[in-house]
Design a protein around this ligand. Structure first.
Ligand SMILES: [Zn+2]
Length: 472
């Protein structure tokens, strides 16, 4: 029997507005526990929430960037549940009139993963379990979130991973969130069920809550997929429930039976007015959106003629992509610029966060100068590579690491003389080359490079050597 995985994701993204959703407390991550709080966000009686308009802007931008329709009219609702992380005993969220609807994200296969809705809500506080006690930190309480709910369109773990990666990148590009998963600013719940391949009906699903690592999400989905198949194949039935992923044991375990919407007793938040967004506002936000990652990727491939893999690596890091564009300004051969970044420069950026932050010790203008020198044949590729190393070590521009003299290169007559000498001195290599060993040429070119301290144009020298050997 072949089983098919059916999954949908609910992705919580913390918005990077400066202040919280209903008060003026800072949204900054960390801080001494319970210092980013006020009577509003700890829900003291008599306080009233006031919606931070920047939250609306960010949510609309997130919606536009994921092809959603924006609701001109929406409202806030109370979602009631009792848990210590929520001092009011209700969360202000959106129930039946979310701010965005009916969007999609296109995977590299061309398949669309539909987005049912995006709604805004407040984050809860954080429970810290320590030495047999539970402590509560309300700093995170009231930080604005959007929840992006996909349709159950995902059919494999690979699709889920790509969907999260794409979503993350889009949020990063639009600037609505820093999407730092390790700090919990992007967290996913996965709804997952299995069915016989080819079947149209949906099986009973379970929900795995609150994961903040793509790696854990993939592992949890794999475990849950197999667990459900085992139960069905041994004659059992899947229970609709909420589960958690235990990363120490790499299993999912039952948390509680699944709540239905009725358990939350949603009702309209009486302390907030109807949320209206005009077409003018929507158009304004649309015009403020930056070029999105997929569009940039296609431009790098089509206009700049970069190989797809190179373009993908550059676009993956927003700041690196921007650095590349600066460095490749007025350069004909964009590929060369990309090569310098993805080769020698990336080798010095060890961690993902160093790449995310684009911690390159020279400005894009410096790299641009270097590439233009190569393009104008003032220096050859080898010299440029050496110079780049020195530039990255010292942070200095190319003119300070290569002298005028070195930059003059070697004139063709001189190079021909050196090539002639090289052919005469390396008889053995010439013989090997003549007997069909193309590689033997490398020894002769190596000799020339040594003689010229790397200044010779390797391609030109190769041409000359071949000619000299042929004319002997
Ligand atoms: Zn507050």
């Amino acid at each position: 029997m072949t089983w098919e995985l059916v999954a949908g994701l609910e992705t919580h993204v913390e918005l990077s507005t400066k202040t919280k959703i209903f008060c003026r407390c800072t949204t900054q991550f960390g801080g001494e526990p319970n210092t980013h709080c006020c009577p509003v966000c700890i829900g003291l009686p008599g306080t009233l929430p006031k919606l931070n308009r920047a939250v609306v802007e960010y949510a609309v931008k997130a919606g536009l960037a994921t092809n959603c329709k924006i609701s001109n009219i929406s409202k806030m609702d109370r979602k009631n549940y009792v848990y210590p992380d929520l001092p009011k005993a209700y969360q202000i969220s959106q129930y039946d009139k979310p701010i965005c609807r009916h969007g999609f994200i296109t995977l590299s296969s061309g398949k669309n993963i539909n987005i049912e809705r995006i709604h805004i809500e407040e984050d809860a506080g954080k429970l810290i379990h320590e030495r047999g006690n539970t402590f509560i930190d309300y700093n995170r309480g009231g930080v604005p979130l959007i929840e992006i709910v996909s349709e159950p369109d995902l059919r494999s773990i690979d699709e889920a991973v790509e969907y999260i990666d794409k979503l993350r990148l889009i949020m990063k590009y639009t600037g609505v969130s820093d999407v730092k998963m390790q700090e919990g600013s992007l967290r996913c719940d996965v709804n997952i069920s299995v069915r016989k391949k080819g079947s149209k009906s949906l099986g009973t699903r379970t929900e795995i809550k609150n994961m903040n690592s793509v790696n854990f999400i993939a592992k949890a989905m794999e475990y849950e997929f197999n667990r459900q198949i085992d139960i069905i194949e041994s004659g059992g039935e899947i229970e609709q429930e909420t589960r958690r992923y235990n990363s120490d044991l790499n299993i999912t375990e039952s948390m509680r039976g699944k709540e239905d919407a009725t358990d939350y007793r949603y009702f309209r938040e009486p302390d907030l007015v109807t949320l209206t967004i005009s077409e003018d506002e929507i158009n304004k936000y649309k015009s403020e959106l930056p070029e999105l990652p997929d569009v940039k990727l296609q431009r790098f491939i089509n206009e700049f003629e970069l190989p797809e893999a190179d373009a993908q690596l550059l676009v993956k890091y927003k700041r690196v992509a921007e650095y590349f564009e600066e460095a490749a300004k007025d350069v004909k051969n964009k590929k060369l610029t990309a090569n310098f970044i993805l080769g020698p420069i990336f080798r010095r950026l060890d961690t993902e966060s160093e790449k995310e932050e684009c911690r390159i010790s020279i400005s894009p203008e410096y790299l641009n100068e270097l590439v233009i020198l190569v393009e104008n044949k003032k220096i050859n590729f080898n010299m440029a590579r050496t110079a780049l190393g020195q530039m990255l070590d010292t942070g200095k521009p190319v003119m300070e690491v290569i002298s005028e003299n070195e930059m003059a290169g070697i004139d063709e007559d001189d190079l021909r003389k050196i090539c002639k000498n090289a052919v005469e001195t390396n008889e053995n290599a010439v013989k090997q080359y003549l007997s069909g060993k193309e590689k033997a040429l490398a020894a002769i070119i190596g000799f020339i490079m040594k003689e010229t301290k790397g200044k010779a144009d390797a391609a030109l020298a190769t041409e000359m050597v071949k000619q000299l050997i042929a004319n002997r």
